[in-house]
Design a protein around this ligand. Structure first.
Ligand code: FE
Ligand code: CA
Length: 532
């Protein structure tokens, strides 16, 4: 859709983001291809139909992303295997009158014609607008921001965390509500794509389980055609990490599920990681080398918050095997109590331990994938059972050591943000998995899926714990996301839920508000809808 002229009228951020499109600007812009050759290469449509994105803000910069395509669902994007010149502009106003950066980049065929700009030297705590152009075509306009000055007292940070967006299972209706907020950041905890062939509400492309680089590129591009997802990327900088479905369900390091030879799985993982990097606002330094990609990293928001973005997939031990009930020790199978089991791997574990002992931030957040707090599956009061599966219950010794470290080193306000479960939960993390009534030592906010599992048969919310799991103080089964307001004195979490994912538009409401007070681990109910 074209916005031609008419830039004198005030355009709201939402209108701007929703319409996007090309600007018929008169500026002479030349790519590395001659203008005529470029126009022929890209065809008639706007080559920025996958939108724009930004991410990984620091006090002086942020990463901008786009990808040039002529046919978004073709493995090569429909663009000839040649370098395409792309220009970018960054301004402090949405009409691009005060341009602070501009430049040109090469979109290379071996990177699926994706481009990333790593801005540096910008002012801290600033709002910026950006757009790309190729030939005469302009991208939608994105808005982003830089982080506050290092160590600065920051009164407030607004962010959303999201996870688990299965295209086949439904529309990404949550993102229309995300765009309507006034956020600083969006954190994606993983399952950005799903690898299966699915056609529940929308058909996955390609129509097979994806395995090759071409497959993963088409799947990522298909997801990026979602208008609400595009708008949410254009509205805020994101911090992204992955879980399993960016590659394959329940994989662990080079262990596929079901098992395949590690050399064979490495080829698939390399393809998946490559396509992920090509489609995310990540730095060039994180470009994968074969099947390896650095993704865990850290962001600070003044002295208010630190986000430790974890990768609990690439380095983890294979999930332990189940056992008979009689074999369990304190609810665990002997296989779970193997001290060599790891979710983080040695290098990432050392990195997070160092941080949790030395952080000066008021709030210390772990952007985590699978369920962290223990969950007793056994309904009897006298017995416990912790699953051997994919969550931290499968890796209890590493979890316990991490919790003991947090307690010993007095990490201020540790909060675990979790995805994966396709359910909303507030889980006040007990000091160990046998003493659920003890005062919590950390807080876990588990956010539901954007669309995975589709609409629940009957929406339900429970606002207290039960006899088996008194520390799990909120349960809800709807689709949505979590909006958080972080202030020095409290973290307020609104569990936003959508009326449906089976239609492109939905209404969004708050299922509950839980608040964590500074210095007191564990969230408490602050608001529930009337009449529930
Ligand atoms: Fe998921
Ligand atoms: Ca029990």
């Amino acid at each position: 859709m074209a916005i031609t002229g008419d830039w004198d009228r005030r355009i709201s951020r939402r209108t701007l983001l929703r319409t996007g499109g090309s600007l018929a600007a008169g500026a002479a812009l030349t790519g590395l291809l001659a203008p005529r050759a470029l126009a022929q290469a890209l065809g008639d449509g706007n080559p920025f139909s996958l939108g724009v994105a930004s991410g990984d803000p620091t006090p002086d910069g942020v990463v901008l992303w786009t990808r040039v395509v002529a046919d978004p669902l073709a493995p090569d994007g429909g663009v000839p295997a040649r370098v395409v010149g792309v220009r970018y502009e960054v301004a402090t106003d949405e009409r691009f009158r005060r341009i602070v950066r501009r430049g040109a980049l090469a979109a290379r065929p071996d990177e699926a014609h994706s481009v990333r700009v790593e801005l540096e030297g910008l002012g801290p705590g600033g709002e910026y607008f950006y757009r790309f152009s190729a030939g005469r075509d302009f991208s939608p306009v994105g808005r982003t921001r830089t982080a506050p000055p290092a160590g600065a007292a920051v009164p407030r940070l607004d962010f959303a965390f999201v996870s688990c967006q299965n295209w086949s299972d439904g529309y990404f209706t949550s993102y229309a509500d995300v765009v309507d907020q006034d956020l600083d950041l969006v954190v994606h905890l993983g399952d950005y794509i799903y690898e299966g062939s699915g056609n529940v509400v929308r058909m996955h492309l390609p129509r097979v389980e994806i395995r090759t680089l071409d497959d993963y590129r088409v799947r990522h591009a298909q997801y990026k055609t979602d208008p609400d997802l595009q708008a949410a990327h254009a509205a805020y900088p994101w911090l992204v990490t992955w879980d399993d479905h960016e590659v394959e369900n329940n994989y662990a390091d080079l262990d596929g599920d079901p098992d395949v030879p590690p050399e064979e799985f490495a080829v698939r993982r390399a393809a998946a990681y490559r396509a992920y990097w090509e489609h995310m606002p990540l730095r060039r330094a994180s470009k994968p080398r074969g099947p390896d990609m650095d993704l865990y990293r850290r962001f600070r928001w003044g002295s208010l918050a630190t986000f430790n973005v974890l990768d609990t997939r690439q380095y983890r031990s294979d999930q332990p095997d189940p056992c008979e009930r009689a074999e369990r020790i304190d609810g665990y199978c002997p296989s779970q109590l193997d001290p060599s089991l790891t979710m983080l791997g040695d290098r990432q574990r050392a990195w997070i331990y160092e941080e949790l002992a030395t952080t000066r931030s008021t709030w210390n957040l772990l952007a985590n994938q699978t369920a962290f707090a223990p969950f007793d599956r056994d309904g009897s009061d006298s017995r416990r059972e912790f699953l051997t599966g994919d969550s931290w219950d499968g890796y209890p010794l590493e979890r316990q050591a991490l919790l003991d470290w947090i307690v010993e080193r007095r990490t201020p306000n540790p909060v675990v943000l979790t995805g994966d479960a396709h359910l909303n939960r507030v889980r006040n993390v007990p000091p160990n998995s046998q003493d659920f009534d003890a005062p919590p030592v950390a807080s876990e906010l588990m956010g539901t899926s954007v669309s995975s599992n589709g609409d629940p048969a009957a929406p339900s919310s429970v606002f207290t714990g039960d006899a088996d799991n008194p520390h799990i103080v909120f349960r809800n089964n709807q689709r949505g996301y979590v909006r958080c307001t972080l202030e020095p004195g409290a973290l307020t979490s609104d569990f936003r839920v959508v009326s449906t994912v089976e239609a492109p538009r939905a209404t969004t409401s708050t299922a509950a508000v839980y608040v964590i007070q500074d210095g007191r681990p564990g969230a408490e109910l602050a608001w529930a809808p009337p009449g529930v």
